[in-house]
Ligand binder design. Sequence first.
Ligand code: EPU
Length: 349
Amino acid sequence: MPSIQGAVTIERGVALRAYNTFGLPAIAHTLVRVRSDADVRRVVDHPELGRAKKLILGAGSNLILSRDPDCVVVRVEIMGRRVLSQDDDAVVVEAGAGETWHDVVAWTLQQGCPGLENLALIPGTVGAAPVQNIGAYGIELKDRFESLDAVDLVTGRSVTLSPQACRFGYRDSVFKHSGFGGLAGKSLITRVRMRLPRRWAPVLGYLDLERKVHETGITAPDAQTVFDWVCTIRRNKLPDPRDIGNVGSFFKNPVVSAEQCKDIIARDPHIVHYPLADGSYKLAAGWLIDACGWKGKSIGRAAVYDKQALVLVNRGGASGAEVLMLARAIQESVYGRFGIRLEPEPVVV
Ligand code: EPU
């Protein structure tokens, strides 16, 4: 039964299966929901919750619960979206951290503001988008990011963070790190602002989108067309978490030096690799896992998706331990064959 303490409603013994898209069973001993900055401050000021370790939860679409979290779970339900400002160069839009990312992307297009269409259908909330610097089809959040508001979970103070302060990297930011200077569990994102340049051109460099251009003969698609293409591409190769539990890509695409890449190509000429600006190469982790024969294989109820080897799925009733066992077995076999260590993309608790 929820108990009311001040204005903070504390829920005890909450089943988290419905709160993570992999559908993993875990129990939160304590869960609170925040719907405003003031709610966050109430949690910070609360005698029991204030000092407790915290797990910030959005849609749970990039989270693997391998056990019951030993901390207070704070579910972010801060809503709202608006066009904040516009000038000749750009439109700045703002959305609450609890909003569903895809709905906000669709809404920006309805407002006549293109720029986020390549990021359509990425599961999760707006507040989670900067945490792992979501990206797809040639665009990352950081390319459209203006700033975000967060509440410091120690002082209760509201802060605004610039792109530099967020330290965005490939599927990475300051919010994923708990060591020195990291903000994981220390700061709660409340609102995110995106800058959508007026001078828009479609970003079509990604192979799957190039294919759409060839298939349709549309060489200059508008933003809505790109949005529709991205939705179709994703629906064809990525499972919908509402039907099959998953967290999207389970591993990051590894980056290797030019020598390492040459060495691997000498052994496996077909390896999918992309040159990066700094001379290194990004390898397709999905290809590496596929090449090791993992597609469709499972351990217990945790499986490798049969249309995309980078995605692990819940065949129904998987435990966190089974998912981790499968992930480790994949890491070992990729390391054994290619000498490459795959790093998980989701946050593992
Ligand atoms: N491939 C295989 N076998 C597989 C899977 C992939 O050979 O089983 C090959 C594909 O043929 C392709 C290459 O590997 O040549 C890359 O595959 P894909 O285009 O599906 O993209 P990805 O690198 O696996 C990344 C992101 C996705 C994002 C897509 C599109 C990461 C870890 N993943 O996937 O992001 O949607 O590109 O931009 O960077 C996510 O982060 O959760 C996610 C879904």
